[in-house]
Design a protein around this ligand. Structure first.
Ligand code: C2E
Ligand code: MG
Ligand code: MG
Ligand code: MG
Length: 293
């Protein structure tokens, strides 16, 4: 029953659809003010060496805390993409990544994490001014572009390959690196992948999940490891939650992992504390800092 007589008139939606429409509307309105209301906050999830567990980099993940709680990026990012709000949000996020890169390199010098990665939506790649805006923000913050990794999902990369190729070349010319996020969930052709200036593949969590129990997932991961090798790309596995998954990934030759087994996304102070402690422990062992790039 689509049409229903309610106390305050006719309802054309069942409750859940109506709720979704309401939610979308309030998210849209709320997002418009989120930046100036200081409701956004970056989290940094460490990315570690699969062998040593040492931190090589971090992914910036956006968090939104409106007055009445927290809304997940899985909900507000797609809405922001639909409404175009992602363009302003994306610039804010990119600035946060650059500020962190700059501050961490001043704090830790040569021992600083090798890179910070930041998610970039397809919608942002369609903005003609993106490269100029990123370039300006890099300059203003003093961030080292070679230590910024731009994560773009496989699906959005392949959706408009010619436009993306042009814009990615400009971003790569600025010195930044590019990762294919959620790799394995879209449909890359090898020919297209080799045309793009890509440095890193991130294996989607869906394939890491069950890698220890499902032989198809293991086969997919093995194929991705082989592909990364053949193309000379770095490989990161996402969503590693248990030791069995880690052992499988190690055995396949995946060098870097990210997941709750090691670290959850951390606020910047916690990240700084955790990384500092790691450096202190290592200075005892006098080990070289692990490099990603
Ligand atoms: P993503 O870029 O693929 O990020 C990885 C997601 O997996 C994050 O979810 C992270 O918290 C989660 N994760 C990491 N390790 C584990 C694990 O061991 N187990 C499980 N179950 N999950 C794990 P999050 O932070 O909720 O973000 C969801 C998605 O929202 C991201 O997926 C990304 O596509 C998007 N997103 C987040 N921040 C931004 C942003 O600043 N800009 C854009 N454009 N998208 C963003
Ligand atoms: Mg990502
Ligand atoms: Mg991902
Ligand atoms: Mg994802």
């Amino acid at each position: 029953e689509v049409k229903q007589k309610g106390r305050d008139g006719w309802h054309f939606f069942n409750d859940s659809l109506e709720q979704k429409v309401r939610q979308r509307l309030s998210v849209t309105q709320g997002l418009r003010l989120a930046i100036e209301r200081n409701e956004l906050s970056p989290r940094f999830q460490p990315i570690v060496c699969a062998d040593s567990g040492r931190i090589v980099g971090a992914e910036l993940l956006l968090r939104w805390f409106p007055q009445d709680g927290e809304i997940s990026p899985a909900i507000f990012i797609p809405i922001a993409e639909m409404t175009g709000a992602i363009v302003a949000l994306g610039l804010w996020v990119f600035r946060q990544a650059c500020l962190a890169e700059s501050a961490w390199r001043q704090r830790w010098r040569d021992s600083a994490p090798s890179y910070i990665s930041v998610n970039v939506s397809a919608r942002q790649l369609n903005e003609e001014s993106l490269a100029d805006d990123f370039s300006r923000i890099l300059r203003e913050t003093g961030a080292d572009p070679r230590r910024i990794l731009l994560e773009i999902t496989e699906t959005s990369l392949m959706a408009d390959i010619d436009t993306n190729l042009r814009i990615l070349r400009r971003l790569a010319d600025l010195g930044m690196r590019v990762a294919v996020d959620d790799f394995g969930t879209g449909y890359s052709s090898l020919a297209q992948l080799t045309r793009l200036p890509v440095n890193v593949l991130k294996i989607d969590r869906a394939f890491v999940d069950g890698i220890d129990t499902q032989s198809e997932n293991r086969a997919v991961n093995r194929a991705i490891v082989g592909l990364a090798r053949a193309l000379g790309l770095k490989l990161v596995a996402e969503g590693v939650e248990n030791i069995e998954q880690l052992l499988e990934l190690r055995a396949l030759g995946c060098d870097y992992v990210q997941g709750y087994l090691f670290h959850r996304p951390l606020d910047e102070q916690s990240f700084i504390g955790r990384f500092s402690r790691e450096l202190e422990e290592q200075s005892v062992a006098a080990a070289e800092p692990p490099l990603f790039f």
